[in-house]
Design a protein around this ligand. Structure first.
Ligand SMILES: Nc1ncnc2c1ncn2[C@@H]1O[C@H](COP(=O)(O)OP(=O)(O)O)[C@@H](O)[C@H]1O
Ligand SMILES: [Mg+2]
Length: 307
């Protein structure tokens, strides 16, 4: 028998359509969100079919939050990342970023918002191979019109922050994948952005290097940065403090990482073929934490694991 959980809150938290709620955060509702998506639609016309890549999605993210946006391939993550990152505008709906309405901006205004407000981290690092590390990290400041001397000082400081200050003369391809991702983090940080937006930041890295990058993002969060990670990997998503799951262009879960951990583990236990996922990574640790925080009393034995 696989029905392992009993008399606990798991059933409540595993209701898939959890309404977006501010309750799990200590942030006062009076605070103004840094990001506010209001009823966002992005519709692509494919022949005589309409694809609702974003289907009336609403979301608020406050300053200082660490949020992962998770969902399967095709669920609408990139669509929403492009809108949050001011890389694209919605078909309809409103996007307010730091008090500015981004949803109706023209391309040059969007570029300015991106440059001043957002630090991007991409899966493939997007570093320029013929520029050294300092020049790569300086780039957002070049676009922002910062003078050469200040640019170099700030870029060097940013490289020092990610532990690569002594390698500023190197070129990206002389570094490991993890180091290159750290350079891209340094580039994301150099303009003091209000928001760090990471699209599958560990997608090209092995698990140990992923861990380092995640630890670094956590450190940035502890220092007060607002971080949004897009990922299809639940174990990465759980590293944030809040998880937003997207399916068919809308939100099907919005809650704390602990709540999300309970859901994943419940699913894993119901589907023993995913046992590897349960045993891997920090799943067991999350399980323990969920048990503690939700006072649930799971019991039973499952493939050698006692609950
Ligand atoms: N430029 C586009 N033209 C047509 N359909 C698109 C376009 N971009 C995305 N889509 C569709 O929108 C849906 C969501 O895509 P996407 O946001 O890329 O999902 P994800 O990043 O979660 O994989 C998918 O069905 C995808 O095929
Ligand atoms: Mg995508």
């Amino acid at each position: 028998m696989k029905n392992i959980f009993c008399r606990n809150k798991i059933l409540q938290t595993s209701v898939p359509h959890t309404a977006p709620s501010d309750a799990h955060r200590s942030i006062s509702k009076k605070d103004v969100p840094l990001i506010e998506l209001r009823d966002i639609y992005k519709i692509y016309h494919m022949g005589d079919m309409d694809v609702h890549a974003s289907d009336g999605l609403s979301l608020k993210i406050y300053r200082g939050e660490f949020v992962s946006i998770v969902g399967k391939s095709g669920s609408g993550k990139s669509t929403i990342m492009n809108i949050i990152g001011a890389l694209d505008i919605p078909t309809s709906g409103q996007y307010i970023l730091g008090g500015q309405d981004v949803s109706t901006m023209k391309d040059d205004q969007l570029a300015e918002v991106r440059n001043k407000t957002i630090g991007f981290i991409f899966q493939q690092y997007n570093l320029l191979p013929k520029q050294n590390l300092l020049e790569n990290v300086e780039l957002p400041l070049v676009y922002a019109g910062v003078g050469k001397k200040e640019r170099e000082q700030r870029a060097l400081k940013s490289l020092e922050k990610v532990g690569l200050g002594d390698k500023w003369r190197y070129f990206p391809l002389q570094l490991s994948g993890g180091q290159q991702q750290r350079v891209s983090i340094a580039r994301a940080l150099v303009g003091n952005p209000s928001l760090i937006l990471a699209d599958e930041p560990t997608g090209a890295l092995d698990s140990r290097t992923s861990r380092d990058v995640l630890d670094f993002l956590k450190q940035l969060h502890d220092e007060g940065n607002t971080i949004v990670i897009i990922t299809h990997d639940s174990s990465i998503a759980l590293e944030a403090e809040r998880v937003v799951r997207i399916q068919d262009g809308n939100i099907t879960f919005d809650g704390s990482a602990d709540e999300y951990g309970v859901i994943i583990l419940t699913c894993n236990l119901k589907h023993p073929e995913q046992q590897d996922a349960l045993l891997s990574y920090d799943a067991w640790h999350y399980y323990r934490r969920c048990v503690r925080d939700y006072s649930c009393q799971p019991h039973g034995k499952h493939d050698g694991l006692y609950f």
